[in-house]
Ligand binder design. Structure first.
Ligand code: NDP
Length: 373
């Protein structure tokens, strides 16, 4: 099976892909250090799906919502997006239990204006709202060249690549973004105001897997900081500040303090754009508003999501695919290059079992066995 290697390095740190699908953040000291023992158990993808579906159903999701959520978890684990797979289930369940999120949400899709699709997610999790809205968005973009979808009254707790990749697989360019609650200090500030504000972009490549990037606009996604804290790894210098406002390498301290935007003031500007597109443009919460109304039950915050679909055939005209393929060919000739999305797409080719953190699995099985309601 294909194996990917270190994905980001500097002299002291690396973020490494191990065992095909595991991203770990480790201090680049020694092999022994990198291989710090984490107990795992193997689960097949269909077992991951079933475990997720059973848990979501038990805690009040109807069939549609449980199916959409379990698919989201399974595809995250399949692709090695570990911070947004099984790891997220306790948080999803916390918000179902607190009543903040509706397990039987019925998203309502409207497409009254040719290029604008509005989805009211009915206070449910995003995956079912996306499942309902994305085909309508794709259809609208194929008619008008460009269309946007605003999703409101939703709770996004997943990766964003599933939505942009859905569009790219239909020959469309996809852009998606959403906000969170204050967790990131804008450049120059010492206090949280932006969310981790992810942004995803996908470009279709007929006959090939699309190029897709999906990234938090903070130095790291919150899930990765939580995983580093759980697994006892330090983080690269510059990731965040502790509660005292001073730079810290300790994920537990950063969880009490703030993350920083990636790339200083430039990343901060992109995070600001994500706030405006996801909240200013949808009418739902900015991160600070989400924070003010949040019950802090451990799940996601209420907010909006903006998804943009562009039809390159209608905008750039025939020949767009060959033209951009020429670009990718030149890019891929450069030594040391890989295009974003490639790691996940390689992981996806492996249909075998995945190594799941044992402690997490025990937590999930406890959820399934607990008496509820
Ligand atoms: P990463 O830093 O791991 O990766 C960001 C992007 O860069 C990915 O598309 C990745 O591609 C690509 N990439 C990584 N290394 C390289 C390389 N060497 N060359 C080229 N491309 C590379 O992601 P983050 O930690 O920032 O975010 C993780 C996830 O968290 C995202 O899916 C995001 O949507 C999610 N998130 C969700 C939130 C929510 O509220 N729902 C909030 C914040 C984050 P590849 O995948 O192929 O490695």
């Amino acid at each position: 099976m294909p194996q990917d290697h270190s994905i980001r390095t500097d002299s002291k740190w690396l973020i490494k892909i191990e065992n095909k699908n595991t991203k770990r953040i480790v201090k680049n000291k020694s092999r022994e250090n990198q291989m710090a023992q984490i107990e795992t158990e193997q689960l097949q993808l269909k077992e991951i799906y079933q475990l997720s579906f059973d848990i979501f159903s038990k805690y009040g999701c109807d069939n549609n919502n449980a199916t959409a959520l379990a698919r989201t978890v399974e595809t995250a684990e399949r692709d090695g997006s570990l911070s947004h797979g099984l790891f997220r289930i306790p948080g999803y369940i916390a918000s179902l239990k607190s009543g903040k999120v509706k397990g039987s949400a019925q998203p309502k899709v409207e497409n009254n204006m040719a290029s604008i699709v509005s989805v009211d997610a009915d206070h449910g999790y995003a995956p079912f709202a996306l499942e309902r809205g994305l085909p309508v968005l794709a259809q609208a973009a194929n008619q008008t060249g460009i269309a946007i979808m605003k999703i409101t009254n939703t709770f996004h707790f997943a990766a964003l690549w599933p939505e942009t990749e859905f569009l790219a697989e239909k020959g469309l360019v996809g852009v998606a973004c959403t906000v969170y609650k204050p967790a990131v200090a804008p450049a120059g500030a010492g206090q949280a105001f932006f969310g981790t504000n992810p942004l995803s972009f996908a470009w279709p490549r007929p006959g090939k897997t699309p190029v897709v990037f999906d990234m938090a606009t903070s130095t790291l996604a919150m899930g990765d900081v939580q995983i580093a804290a759980r697994d006892g790894h330090e983080l690269p210098h510059g990731t965040g500040l502790g509660p005292d406002g001073k730079p810290s390498d300790d994920p537990a301290e950063i969880l009490k303090g703030v993350l920083l935007p990636f790339g200083g003031y430039k990343g901060s500007a992109i995070s600001l754009m994500v706030e405006l597109l996801s909240a200013g443009m949808t009418g739902d919460n900015f991160s600070y508003e989400a924070g003010e109304n949040e019950n802090n039950d451990g799940g996601p915050t209420k907010g909006g999501e903006l998804v943009i679909a562009i039809n390159p055939e209608l905008v750039a005209g025939a020949g767009w695919a060959d033209h951009s393929e020429g670009f990718f060919q030149k890019l891929e000739e450069l030594e040391g290059i890989r295009v974003p999305g490639e790691r996940r797409h390689k992981n996806r080719l492996d249909l075998g079992a995945r190594n799941i953190n044992k402690e997490l699995l025990e937590k999930l099985r406890d959820l399934l066995q607990a008496v509820y309601p």
